[in-house]
Each structure stands twice: as C-alpha cells, then as structure tokens.
Write a protein that binds this ligand. Sequence first.
Ligand code: AMP
Length: 201
Amino acid sequence: MSHQSKERTLIILKPDALQRSLMGEIIQRYERIGLKLVGMKLVVPSAEHVEQHYTLDPEWRRITGEKRVKAAKAKGEVLKTEDPYEITAVILDNLKKYMTSGPVVCMVWQGAHVVEIVRKLTGGTEPRSTDVGTIRGDYVLDSYMMADADSRAIRNLVHASGSPEEAEKEIMHWFDQNELVDYRLIGEQILYDVNLDGILE
Ligand code: AMP
C-alpha cells in the first residue's frame, strides 16, 4: 500500500462558488489543514460529462434518493414519491442545468485521509441542516425545500468525492494524467516525516 499521504480526492467548485467570489475562501480551508493541491483547471462542463460524473458510482442514484427521503421524514415533509430512482432522475436533470450554467474549477487534492477530511470540512449536502464551521454551513443557506419548490439542484458550492475508490474514478473522468503534478511541499515534512532532526541549529 502506498503511504497515507498519497490519498487523493476530486473537488469541484460549482458555478455558485465562482459567482459568489468564494474560490479563495474555500481553497484556503483545504490548504490550511495541510492538504496539497496537485491539479487544477477552469472548465465549463457539458451535460453529458456531468451525467457521467454522477453515475460513475452505480449506487449514486439509490443513495442520493434515500438521503432525500430521510431528510423529508426528519422535517415531516411529504414527497410526491419515495422511490429513490424517481427522485434522483429529477435531481440529475436539475444538476445538469446547475453544473453547466457557468465555469467550475476542478481540483485534485492530496494528503492523509483526504477524502474524509475534505468531506468533514465541506459539510453535508443540505446547507440548511449542515454544521456551522463547515464550508456549506458557513457560506450558503440553500435547502431541499427551496430547491424542490423551484425544481432545481441544491446550490451547495462544492463537490467532493465520497470514497478513495470513487475519487480515483472521478479524477480520471476530469483530468488527464499529465495534468497532475507530483511535487514536494516543504510543509509536509512536519506533517509526515518520522525524523525531525535538522530543525534545531
Ligand atoms: P455532490 O456529489 O455533493 O455534488 O451531490 C450531488 C449534488 O446534487 C448535491 O451536491 C446537490 O447539488 C444536488 N442534490 C442532491 N440531492 C438533492 C436534492 N434532494 N434536491 C436537489 N439537489 C440535490
């Protein structure tokens, strides 16, 4: 197994992050915890590319639909359908409109437990109910209720991969190998090196 510090994740700053001039703030959160940026680009994705991205994980439709049902139950909301696949067909259509509405920034970040750490910093899907202190909890206020009423995707600023396996598939979907850079970040020594000799003069 390669060293923990080599784990990678895909982060996409969605169109609302760019339109609200939050790129710097968001990137700073990933940067200051000690993660390393190894790839980055600005693109306007096609609807096909977005659909392929979300359906790389065969379980995505079921999981996302079930999450919506659970959120509705917690709030006593009644949905038109509780079939996760019917729910996600609508979400996917709305997502394609949202994610192709303007430029997005795709990034690959690397570091120990990066998938888990990034999800923790990013917060849950629904900004309304996610924790204060997370990116989605601090910088945006959207809700399932508003998104459903207006037939649109939840605007939650960021996409972050759900597992290391999913991350590798997503990275391959958005980046060519030669767009990723292997390099040493001086700060990684204090995070990962076993031997700290050489600090004292
Ligand atoms: P993510 O992997 O975080 O990009 O997840 C898919 C995206 O779909 C979410 O971030 C939201 O933008 C959107 N989404 C997920 N569930 C819903 C929902 N129930 N209603 C509207 N949009 C949703």
